[in-house]
Design a protein around this ligand. Structure first.
Ligand code: A2P
Length: 317
């Protein structure tokens, strides 16, 4: 398994388990099985609504001697309704209580979008707070205080473009170690990847399989099927691998960590085995031809009429 260096010291395991869309009632046994199989990096978030069950499963795995806390790399994310400076630490403490941990390995700002307290997703522009009224740097400073208190070894962001990386890296006292973004061959993000590398920020790829189980609000008729793409199928056949394994090996070959979600034991094992699949330069060049700048997760839900946010500005290069 490849590990990638993080700013500030330490490393992140290249292939982790995603838990977005893993339902409570289902995710506990999945975590136990994943740890048994050898997953050591688990990507969580308050917003996924399943941290309590994940915490119980992690505690069970440690208690039963499957793994030690130090073997694990656990990420969670600050939800958008807790960006105000006094709200950050209580939000992280709630996540730690749910996950039954005394510290995280990585705490990310989930979106560079602020919501009023207790809002999950905005019903109208009234539920949003603009970047001018609640600067991301204020949220970041509160996250740094949590780092100082030992609540997370590393800090990072998610869904940030180059402008926001610059804003935070320039202001940061604790390094911006990671930016977790949608990343797959339809959205290769070469520009952002080069920029992040220049600023010392590691990228983690979410929705690496195109999130075929994403909710209906994130579906459009024209959405392509990444797992069924003939280019991916061709590379998979050449290596006697599956399309999912090719997508994951592609991410690792580009030095991005990757967090496929599965709740199926066979696919959990299959995805982990992708860490051993090595693609050659021809494969990488062929797959590079698929890049279409295509987002499955556009962020339109942040942009009701009158919103201070726009899809164009979120992703502006
Ligand atoms: P399942 O959980 O039933 O395995 P992403 O990580 O891009 O969000 O994608 C997750 C989706 O991809 C889920 O629907 C998951 O289904 C499916 N998936 C995960 N691993 C594989 C695989 N190896 N082959 C096909 N589909 C997969």
């Amino acid at each position: 398994m490849k590990h990638f260096d993080l700013a500030g010291g330490g490393t992140i395991p290249g292939l982790g388990l995603g838990t977005w869309k893993s339902a409570p009632g289902e995710v506990g046994p999945v975590i136990r099985e994943a740890i048994r199989l050898g997953y050591r990096h688990i990507d969580c978030a308050r917003a996924y609504g399943n941290e309590k069950e994940i915490g119980a499963a992690i505690e069970g795995a440690i208690h039963d001697g499957d793994v030690t806390r130090d073997d694990l790399f656990i990420t969670s994310k600050l939800w958008n309704d807790s960006h105000a400076k006094d709200a950050v630490r209580p939000a992280l403490e709630k996540t730690l209580a749910d996950l039954r941990l005394d510290h995280l390995d990585l705490y990310l700002m989930h979106w560079p979008v602020s919501l009023k307290p207790k809002v999950g997703f905005p019903r109208s522009a009234d539920d949003l707070i603009s970047e001018a009224d609640l600067p991301l740097t204020e949220t970041w400073a509160a996250m740094e205080a949590c780092h100082d208190a030992g609540l997370s070894r590393h800090l990072g962001v998610s869904n940030c473009n180059a402008r926001r990386i610059d804003l935070l890296v320039d202001a940061a006292r604790v390094p911006v170690a990671v930016n977790q973004v949608e990343l797959h061959p339809y959205l290769a993000q070469d520009g952002l990847r080069a920029h992040a590398a220049k600023r010392g920020v590691h990228l983690t790829a979410y929705s690496p399989l195109g999130s075929p189980d994403r909710p209906d609000v994130m579906r459009r008729a024209e959405d392509p099927d990444l797992l069924a793409h003939p280019t991916i199928a061709g590379v998979a056949a050449k290596h006697d691998a599956t399309p999912a394994q090719v997508l994951l090996a592609w991410a690792l070959a580009r030095d991005t960590s990757v967090i496929p979600k599965s709740t199926n034991p066979g696919r959990l094992a299959q995805n982990l085995a992708a860490a051993d699949l090595v693609l050659d330069a021809d494969d990488m060049a062929t797959i590079a031809g698929m890049d279409a700048g295509y987002r499955f997760v556009e962020g339109t839900f942040w942009c009701p009429p009158g919103s201070p946010y726009s899809v164009a500005d979120l992703w502006a290069e």
